[in-house]
Design a protein around this ligand. Sequence first.
Ligand code: PAF
Length: 284
Amino acid sequence: MNTVKTIRELRSAVARARSQGKRIGFVPTMGNLHAGHVALVTKAAQQADFVVASIFVNPLQFGPSEDLDKYPRTLAADQEKLLQAGCNLLFAPGVDEMYPDGMSAQTLVSVPRVSQGLCGASRPGHFDGVATVVSKLFNMVQPDLAVFGQKDYQQLAVIRAVVRDLNMPIKIIGEPTVRDSHGLALSSRNGYLNPEQLAVAPVLYRTLKAVADAIRGGERDYPQLLARYAEQIRAAGLLPEYLEIRHAHDLRPATELDRDLVILVAAALGKTRLIDNLHLELDA
Ligand code: PAF
């Protein structure tokens, strides 16, 4: 596996693979890779002949009070994991390569509707930062397909909207969330949790499953149901930011008539913000 830092080197390596008739798969990341990322690369390697991954901690998607500076940078360990998972090329640019004129001069990609609410409410500008950097990376790599985790459900919806609205010929694959043995969704931010916090964090997934069971059991008073379960999260020592039931495709608030649902949660555990979700399809 080769690691390149410039767009010029990236383009020439991808052009070489393409001239050999290879189908290009792409996995954008911010590094500090765990088994969830490995699953994305493995999926890309199953679906494509040449897999490109990127590691770029994108300042444009971090708010001023967020964890940009302390976000873990673990390049050597990440390279090893990517190699094992079947990655052929790693693109690891610096900020100047991605934003040569600075971030305030950067053209932005902004996705209305699906970016609003949920994480978009507490992280203003976050999804513009994600949509912009992913669009840039897509233009640099020009992959046939790209793989993202379903754990960042709203992010995946934003990226699907970008690709659809800007007519990018890229197949977007959403890969199921990888969890630890207690049900906690793997995330680079789990590394911020101490052992006591790690023990209580799985309450989020238990809550999602309990809400899904209640809906399957016929409960349709969603505001009442969600208030009850938000209380359960609070009782476990987390501060719920949202617990919502949305339509799985366009993320509009679900009505009792909707059948394809996603239950989404965000909560703070100490200084760490955790998110999770559960897709739920009811019989028609
Ligand atoms: O999910 C992530 O790691 C990031 O948001 C992404 C998609 C790599 C864009 O910076």
